[in-house]
Design a protein around this ligand. Structure first.
Ligand SMILES: *Cc1c(COP(=O)(O)O)cnc(C)c1O
Length: 459
């Protein structure tokens, strides 16, 4: 016969237990709020088919976590063992430690918008804007909320109520319903499409530019797809010359936008920001959390008069960045300013791309040995595997890597993956060959130790 579900005590009884457990220092009101939230969890568990859930050890762990706040947060750190270096769902680029420290250092009062010399008002984006110009060689820079916002801002500031020329082959949709035609429409401009899906010629652009209502030519990096075969497009330099002969600005949405590390595996076909400027693009836009390796941001660099027009646009105020993000960006750009070798060594996203398969095999066999030594039902082996850059860079290119393939005597691959996601910190891996595959390219050395402990302490 099924047991009766345990009785749920009254709130007064529960608050009594809070006192006995030494939780009253958080205050009676906070205890009540935490217990009430934990009770909602108990009711949800019972509804989901766990009638034995009650005011038990798990309940009190929850209450304590709610009172301490940090242990209860849903948005928390995780281990990326997928081999996708810039994994959008796992938060894209891992920040360098300098960026983490810089963000924390300005959480309180800071020099956010104040001029230290005069004590008067300052511009919050000035340090980042100056570094952007220094690192890319552009006349000026401007940071906003994300790269999606840079295109909206550029079109709005330079072509609102007028026309924008775009190649049909570049009318991309980025994840999360960001579609180029809709962005241009939202910015209040009319789109003039030129060329066909696979081919666009300089002549197509030139013909469209004859319309006096055109005030901008926009090119977009086809980040997340490739058109192969019978294709053509004009060289950026040719197009820039044609634009400038007609006094029209050329804006290039680069997406990932490599500053340093162009020689790294997987990035051979990416266009660098510096090269795009040298080719004559008037404004180049790119993300902060892709190959730049920092926080979410949209970065605009290029000709000073155009950057100033964007800066003065009302949208710029709506798209401005928080002081902590600006501090993290300043730290990341300061590392880039030290040159290519420093950037590749100190920015985790680039570091990970620079790892050789020999290095990855070595760390994979360390972890596999540790898992096999633990001998609690797991069986691990090293295997060659393939990851990705992610976030739209080189979408069709594999990143040769090494991983640890783990099987368990009693659990199938799906159960193993679920167990890993429920671990602390949560671990995300690939399911492959009937087991889970931990790709070592995206696992830091401290995370490798955490993984090791996780398998050692598993029961
Ligand atoms: C990623 C990407 C975007 C969007 O950038 P976010 O920083 O994610 O807003 C826009 N355009 C291109 C070409 C991209 O690759």
């Amino acid at each position: 016969m099924a047991e009766n579900p345990p009785r749920i005590p009254s709130m007064n009884e529960i608050l009594e237990s809070c006192a006995q457990r030494g939780l009253e220092s958080f205050g009676r009101e906070a205890c009540r709020a935490a217990c009430s939230r934990a009770l909602d969890g108990v009711r949800a568990l019972r509804k989901a088919g766990e009638p034995q859930a009650g005011v038990d050890a798990a309940f009190w762990t929850q209450v304590s976590a709610f009172l301490q706040v940090l242990p209860s947060l849903q948005l928390r750190g995780a281990i990326n063992a997928t081999g996708v270096v810039l994994h959008t769902n796992l938060g894209r680029a891992p920040w360098p430690q300098e960026a983490v420290d810089a963000a924390a250092a300005v959480a309180g009062a800071s020099l956010c918008e104040i001029d230290r010399k005069t004590g008067g008002r300052g511009r919050r984006d000035r340090p980042v804007s100056e570094l952007l110009a220094r690192v890319t060689g552009a006349e000026a820079g401007l940071p906003v909320n994300n790269n999606a916002a840079t295109v909206l801002l550029a079109v709005s500031a330079l072509a609102r109520g007028r026309k924008v020329v775009v190649a049909r082959s570049e009318l991309v949709e980025i994840g999360g319903s960001y579609r180029m035609p809709e962005v241009i429409a939202a910015a209040g401009a009319e789109m003039v499409e030129v060329g066909t899906t696979n081919r666009v010629h300089l002549k197509d652009f030139e013909t469209a530019m004859e319309d006096p209502a055109v005030s901008l030519v926009l090119r977009i990096h086809p980040s997340n797809f490739r058109i192969e075969g019978f294709t053509t497009e004009p060289a950026m330099q040719e197009l820039a010359n044609a634009c400038h002969a007609r006094g029209l600005p050329l804006v290039y949405d680069l997406g990932s936008g490599v500053l340093n590390g162009t020689e790294l595996g997987g990035l051979e076909n990416e266009h660098s920001v510096q090269k795009s400027l040298a080719d004559g693009c008037d404004l180049v836009t790119f993300s902060g959390d892709k190959l730049l390796g920092g926080p979410q941001a949209g970065l605009i660099v290029g000709a000073k008069p155009l950057v100033e027009r964007l800066r003065r646009d009302m949208l710029t105020r709506c798209l401005r960045l928080d002081k902590t993000i600006l501090a993290a960006l300043e730290a990341v750009l300061s590392i880039h300013a030290l040159g290519n070798a420093a950037a590749c060594a100190r920015i985790p996203a680039l570091q990970r791309l620079a790892l050789t398969t020999a290095q990855l095999h070595a760390t994979a066999s360390q972890l596999a040995d540790a898992i096999n030594r633990a001998a609690n039902g797991f069986c691990a082996g090293v295997m060659a595997c393939a990851g990705r850059v992610g976030s739209g860079a080189s979408p069709t290119a594999d990143l040769p890597s090494a991983g640890v393939l783990v099987h368990h005597a009693q659990r199938d691959a799906e159960q193993l993956a679920q167990w890993l996601r429920a671990a602390e910190p949560p671990v995300f891996a690939r399911i492959q060959d009937g087991g889970v595959l931990l790709d070592m390219r995206t696992v830091s050395s401290s995370e490798q130790l955490l993984l090791q402990q996780l398998f050692e302490n598993a029961s």
